[in-house]
Design a protein around this ligand. Structure first.
Ligand SMILES: Cc1ncc(COP(=O)(O)O)c(C=O)c1O
Length: 452
């Protein structure tokens, strides 16, 4: 390797690079240098099967996609950038193609990260309130356990206390609602005899806050980093009905699930609802380029046009939302998903993965297995009766053991006091049955090695 040798690179990493989410302990992290499909090689030549799609569920079509690199490269050579107040050809083609997968939605606002896409949605809710003549209708509800990003607005609307610790004060006007995890029902009930209290509670919260003050609600369709929680099938129909009744903008944060992760293009499509605003990021260009979108219904778009006030239109900009090469990469990414019929593979391999994970339920420390498509989680407990969570260190040890055996898994990472007990698995959409079998076998061996 040039110009530095391996040791020099590692030393320079430790000295100069500040890694995300990582307590600096003077140890180099895994430094990935190449990848193909689901497999990556680190700086020491060690190979891993990556069951995390790049650590944070984004390299969805797999590593080594020359088509995406070529599309971005050709665009950069021809026309790299012009601000998104103007246009570029790949953004036009990409937006048209994207909307083809989103019946009922009609406008694509491009920016560059998931947090930013959500911030745009919040600004839209606030401007809509202003333009409607009631500027107070701007509170936004968010769900306990959902994550919406790292910027202060997005973090203010995140239901993960450990993520927020030390970073306050937060933005006023965000209100937490209960989670939708049946395994730990917030209402002490069990589905289907629960009357969907978790969804119905939203109405009471809106009434308590004052319907004239609540402008929006944001959900992760399947809570991802918060422990992989797909709500039951009626949940969003009830939530959407409440939104309609109280004129509350229904926002779906598809930053993780969007672009096929759960086996349909957008996870809300499993639930038969059409949100008012959909945000997406990670899978938009499978992380080959940074690009995110805030997609709206025409009614939202209309409400954010000039309302007779010189400044009351959506005056917002994102410098990198104008990167033509990112749009070119995103266009190629969707084409790959379509051409290779990857949603079908996500569904088939997702079922195989979930069925295999469920076999672990026989283990005394495996409390629950959840998932949809190629997004799965396995919740560890000290004992099944009390459901006391397994300590975070043990869950880390399981992932560490798996990594030592050559498979990378994810886990809830310092998100909830005492509840960082879910290992998650979200491989690229090109995973084969053999790949999934390796993941399952490695997880089983790692559990046995750490927990007996
Ligand atoms: C559901 C969800 N929304 C938003 C974000 C924030 O995205 P970004 O890190 O691109 O800002 C994330 C990131 O993990 C996420 O999981």
């Amino acid at each position: 390797m040039s110009p530095k040798n391996t040791e020099a690179y590692i030393a320079a990493d430790v000295k100069n690079v500040w890694h995300h989410l990582t307590l600096h302990q003077g140890r180099a992290p895994m430094i990935a240098v190449e990848g193909k499909g689901l497999r990556i090689k680190d700086i020491n030549g060690r190979e891993y099967l990556d069951a995390t799609s790049g650590g944070v569920w984004c390299v969805n079509v797999g590593y080594g996609r020359e088509e995406i690199a070529d599309a971005a490269c050709a665009q950069m050579k021809k026309m790299a950038y012009y601000a998104a107040s103007g246009g570029n050809l790949p953004a036009i083609d990409f937006s048209e193609k994207l909307l083809g997968h989103m019946p009922g939605l009609s406008r694509v606002y491009i920016s560059s990260s998931g947090s930013e896409a959500n911030e745009k949605a919040y600004k839209m809710v606030r401007l809509r309130a202003h333009n409607s003549g009631n500027g107070e209708k701007r509170k936004i509800l968010f769900r306990y356990r959902d994550y919406h990003g790292t910027t202060i607005g997005a973090l203010s609307s995140t239901g993960q206390p450990e993520r927020k610790e030390c970073f306050g004060p937060f933005v006023p006007g965000f209100v937490e609602i209960p989670h939708a995890c049946c395994y730990r029902c917030a209402f002490g009930k069990s589905y289907p005899g629960c009357n969907l209290e978790c969804a119905r509670a939203i109405e009471g919260i809106i009434q308590n806050e004052g319907p004239d003050t609540v402008g929006g609600i944001i959900f992760e369709p399947v809570t991802a980093g918060g422990g992989v929680i797909p709500p039951v099938k009626e949940y969003y129909t009830i939530a959407a009905g409440i939104c309609k009744k109280y004129d509350v903008v229904f926002i779906m944060d598809e930053v993780v699930c969007g672009m096929g992760r759960t086996g349909v293009m957008f996870a809300y499509q499993h639930y038969g609802v059409v949100p008012d605003i959909v945000t997406m990021a990670k899978g938009v260009a499978s992380a080959y380029m940074p690009i995110s979108c805030t997609v709206t219904r025409e009614t939202i778009f209309d409400s954010l046009q000039d309302a007779g006030d010189r400044l009351a239109y959506f005056r917002d900009i994102s410098t990198f939302g104008g990167c033509a090469a990112a749009a070119a990469a995103a266009l190629e990414n969707i084409r790959i998903i379509e051409r290779e019929n990857l949603l079908k593979n996500v569904t088939a391999m997702g079922e195989h993965l979930l069925a295999g994970l469920r076999e672990n339920l026989a283990h005394p420390n495996v409390g629950d297995v959840r998932g949809k498509g190629l997004l799965a989680g396995i919740e560890f407990v000290q004992d099944k009766k009390s459901k006391t969570p397994l300590p975070e260190e043990k869950v880390m040890a399981i992932c560490g053991e798996a990594a030592a055996r050559g498979v990378l898994f994810g886990r809830t990472n310092r998100s909830f006091p005492g509840f960082n007990n879910v290992v998650n698995i979200a491989p690229a959409y090109v995973a084969t049955r053999a790949d999934v079998d390796i993941m399952l076998a490695t997880l089983r061996q790692s559990i046995a090695s750490v927990l007996g």
